[in-house]
Design a protein around this ligand. Structure first.
Ligand code: HAM
Length: 440
C-alpha cells in the first residue's frame, strides 16, 4: 500500500497547492500595499533560540535533535526569534522602523485537532524600532485588510484586542502581586475554554480573594474603555494605558478598520515575550481557532541580541484561514489551466504543433498539446479536461501559409469579447492570434 504523509503533515496536490498559492498571493499583495519587504531565515535554528524566551508551551512542541556535529538544533516553530536575531545582528545598519514580512513553514509537534497541524505556513508581519501606538494600529490594519481582501467582512471576523500592561496594572489594582501575575495570566488565557468554576478555583490557588476574582470576571465580560476609565481611571498607570488605547482606536478608525475591532481583556496570548498591546483575529461565530495572533514584544531583541529596540508583529497561519475561507465558499483558486491547446488535424504534423505552441508560449500564453499523435476528437476531449480556454488546430499547410483554426473550449462566464470574436475580422493565421495575445 502507498505510504501517506506523517500525521499533521500535508501533501499539496495541485488543487490544494492552488489554494495555498492563492493565500500566499493575497498575503504578499496586502503586505506590499503597506510597504513591507520580504525576508526569510533558516528553517533549522539552535535549540536555545526558543528555550530562552518563547515560553514552555512552544518549547514542549519543538522538533529538536542533535545534529551530526553535536549541535542541539530545532526546526523553527515560529519566526519571531529568528527575526529578532537577524535584526539585532544588523541593528545599526538597518533603516528604521524595520517593516518586514515573511512566509515561513513552521513545525510544532502539537496534538492534532481542527485548525492545528504539525506544519503550517505562517505570514509574519513585524515592525521594529517604533514604540508608539501608531505602529500597533498600522500592524493590526494589515491583518484586517487581509481579511477584507479575501472577501470577509466585520460580520465574519472580529479582531480582539487587549494590552498586557493595562491588564497588569488592573491586576495590581485588584491586589495581585507581581509574583502571582504569571499564574493569573495563565488562568485568563484559558478563561474562555474552561468552566467558570474551574477558572475561579485556579484564581484562588494563585492567591486571589473572592472580591478580586469577581472584579476580574467582570473585566473579562466585554468591558469598554469608558467603563474602565470610570471605574479605575484614578490610578495613574491605568489612566495612561487607557489614553494610549483611545489614541490607538482613533488611528484604527482613520485606517478604516475600527469596525472590526473590540476590546477583550481575556486575550493574553500564549507566548511569553509579549509586553504591550496584543490581539487575535477570530471568526465571529466562534467556530474556529484563532486565525491570527500578535502584539508588542519590546524586550525580545534585547534578550536575544542585546539591542534595545521596541518591536511588534503578528503571525497568521494558513490552516485556520483556509478552513474559514472554504466554509464561506471563498477559497476558489484557479489551477493554472492552459490558455491554448494546440492540436494537429488528421493529416497534420506533430512538429507543426510544437512550432505553433512555441510561438504562442514566446508571446506569453500558456500552451499544452498531446505528446503523441491523436485523433482531433481525442485532442478536443483532452483540451476540455485540461480546462484549456482555446483549441487551435494546425493543418497540413501550416508551414506555408501560417493558417490555423481556433475555437473556444470553455467560455468563461462574464468574460468580455473572446479571442475568437476578435479574430472574426482578421485572417485566421497564427500571427493574428499571437498579435491578439500580445495586446491582451
Ligand atoms: P502564534 O499565536 O503561536 O503566534 O501563531 C500565530 C497563528 O499561527 C495562530 O493564530 C494560528 O493561525 C497559526 N498556528 C500556530 N500554530 C499552528 C499549528 N500548529 N497549526 C496550524 N496553525 C497554527 C506566533 O507564532 C508569533 N510568533 C506571532 C508573532 C509574530 N508575534 C509577533 N510577531
Amino acid at each position: 500500500m502507498a505510504q501517506g504523509a506523517l500525521p499533521g503533515f500535508r501533501d499539496f496536490y495541485p488543487a490544494e497547492f492552488a489554494q495555498r498559492a492563492y493565500i500566499a498571493r493575497v498575503w504578499r499583495e496586502v503586505a506590499r500595499r503597506y510597504a513591507f519587504v520580504e525576508y526569510d531565515g533558516p528553517p533549522l535554528e539552535p535549540l536555545d533560540l526558543y528555550t530562552k524566551k518563547s515560553g514552555d508551551e512552544i518549547v514542549g512542541q519543538l522538533y529538536n535533535f542533535t545534529d551530526k556535529g553535536g549541535r542541539e538544533v530545532a526546526l523553527r516553530p515560529e519566526m519571531t526569534p529568528t527575526l529578532a536575531r537577524m535584526v539585532a545582528a544588523r541593528a545599526n545598519a538597518l533603516r528604521k522602523p524595520v517593516r518586514w514580512f515573511s512566509l515561513p513553514q513552521l513545525f510544532r509537534y502539537e496534538r492534532q485537532q481542527k485548525g492545528r497541524l504539525r506544519e503550517h505556513f505562517q505570514l509574519n508581519v513585524d515592525i521594529i524600532g517604533e514604540s508608539d501606538v501608531t505602529a500597533d494600529a498600522e500592524l493590526l490594519a494589515v491583518a484586517i485588510d487581509i481579511m477584507g481582501e479575501f472577501g470577509l467582512s466585520p460580520a465574519d471576523v472580529r479582531a480582539r484586542v487587549s494590552d498586557r500592561r493595562l491588564l497588569r496594572a488592573l491586576l495590581h489594582r485588584l491586589g495581585v502581586s507581581e509574583a502571582q501575575l504569571p499564574g493569573v495570566f495563565a488562568v485568563i488565557d484559558k478563561i474562555e475554554r474552561q468552566p467558570r468554576e474551574v477558572s475561579a478555583e485556579k484564581m484562588a490557588a494563585a492567591g486571589m480573594t473572592v472580591e478580586s476574582r469577581e472584579a476580574l470576571f467582570a473585566l473579562m465580560d466585554g468591558v469598554t474603555l469608558e467603563a474602565l476609565r470610570a471605574r479605575y481611571g484614578d490610578t495613574p498607570d491605568i489612566a495612561e494605558r487607557i489614553a494610549d488605547l483611545e489614541r490607538y482606536y482613533g488611528y484604527l478608525d482613520d485606517l478604516g478598520v475600527a469596525s472590526w475591532v473590540q476590546l477583550d481583556l481575556s486575550i493574553v496570548r500564549g507566548l511569553a515575550y509579549y509586553t504591550g498591546i496584543v490581539f487575535e483575529l477570530f471568526d465571529a461565530q466562534g467556530e474556529f481557532r484563532a486565525i491570527c495572533g500578535g502584539g508588542r514584544y519590546d524586550n525580545l531583541l534585547n534578550a536575544l541580541g542585546g539591542v534595545e529596540l521596541p518591536a511588534l508583529g503578528f503571525g497568521m497561519g494558513d490552516v485556520v484561514l483556509g478552513e474559514l475561507l472554504r466554509s464561506r465558499g471563498l477559497a476558489d483558486a484557479p489551477l493554472g489551466e492552459p490558455d491554448f491547446w494546440v492540436a494537429a488535424t488528421e493529416n497534420g504534423d506533430l512538429r507543426d504543433v510544437l512550432l505553433a505552441a512555441t510561438r504562442l508560449r514566446r508571446a506569453g500564453a500558456s500552451v499544452e498539446y498531446a505528446l503523441r499523435p491523436q485523433s482531433v476528437s481525442k485532442q478536443r476531449k483532452a483540451a476540455f479536461s485540461a480546462g484549456a480556454t482555446y483549441f487551435v488546430t494546425v493543418g497540413a499547410g501550416f508551414r506555408e501559409n501560417d493558417g490555423v483554426e481556433i475555437d473556444e473550449v470553455q467560455r468563461v462566464e462574464g468574460a468580455g469579447a473572446s479571442l475568437v470574436d476578435r479574430l472574426a475580422s482578421m485572417p485566421r493565421t497564427l500571427a493574428s492570434v499571437i498579435s491578439l495575445v500580445r495586446d491582451s
